[in-house]
Design a protein around this ligand. Sequence first.
Ligand SMILES: Cc1ncc(COP(=O)(O)O)c(C=O)c1O
Length: 386
Amino acid sequence: MKSAPDTRPARLQALVGHGVAAIDTPALVIDLDAMERNLQRMADYAKAHGVRLRPHAKMHKSAALSLRQMHAGAVGMCVQKTSEAEALAAGGVHDIYISNEVIAPAKLARVARLARTLQARGGRLAIAVDHRQGVEALAQAIGAGANVIDVFIELDVGQRRCGVAEPADVLPLAQAISSHPALRLAGLQAYNGRAQHLRTVAERRTALDEVLARVREARRLVEAAGLALPLVTGAGSGTFGLEASSGVFGELQAGSYLFMDADYARNEADPAQPAFEHALYVKTQVMSVSAGHVVVDAGHKSHAIESGLPRVYGEALEATGCNDEHTTLRALDGAPLPALGSALWLIPGHCDPTVNLHDWLIGVRGGLQAGTVAELIRVDARGCLD
Ligand SMILES: Cc1ncc(COP(=O)(O)O)c(C=O)c1O
């Protein structure tokens, strides 16, 4: 289908080479220096712990950033949606795992096409399943051939989202996958999203104990039946150190670590994990000043608030409310309010849905105060929800 011409007016919010002060607001800005330190810290950590890194691209939705992560050692990328996989593949990413279930035959036909395209390029597509019907529909979509797509069985390890409910449910799916030559039984998907945001290290450790017990049991039952689950994959930015040192997980899927957000900043730091810096900001301007508060020109159409209101970088200010196009701030501890027209930098509550609100990431080097716009990075998979 031919897409309609883009009739939106061209807007230049930032020009490469210009100073940060010239970035029009509201705008999504990446501190590239901080982002690159985060990228390298995670790459080094995975290498030092002998685990593969397959970062989640649902966070930045960018092919260019995916390629940078792979250049630093990531084996490939995770995505959550078929269209995200297509967008990354179009941008040159050749090893992609859809860490999620796909059921619709029309989407599975696209999955099959992409699996063959990537295979022809010397790459690989993988996907998760959690039901016999999903295995059969996938096998039917892929059709004939040998070893065309990798398939991970998702086990619910405490999030109560997708995944088979019990470790004993893994074996029948492993047998079903193994009966189709075009499908390769690649291992187990064991991700607990809830555990990422438990605030204390002790709570996260307890949650991971349940994860590990369930994974070990599934593996034992599958191996007793003469099959193998070659790889256990999972982990996010809150717990990856626990998975990495478990001796059970072979691959980490963390995504948010690259940009971080206000919600992750509320976690008690785990000394066993490297610390990550905020790299994602929404640049805003004070557009209205009242006696007890100011209002900036970015609301929740610019930054996601389902995980909490944003923090204000480097200022004694607190967000007290948010509408579509406005965020209201009050001064903390009797500090003066900023003047009308001042630039302020919001740290979004949740990075993933914030990025999905923007077409471009404006990459800055040299800091938020005196830096320069160094590059514009396209959010290739913006709005890729199918
Ligand atoms: C399946 C899966 N893996 C990995 C991640 C990455 O988690 P985070 O962005 O918190 O590091 C997510 C995030 O929701 C996810 O759903």
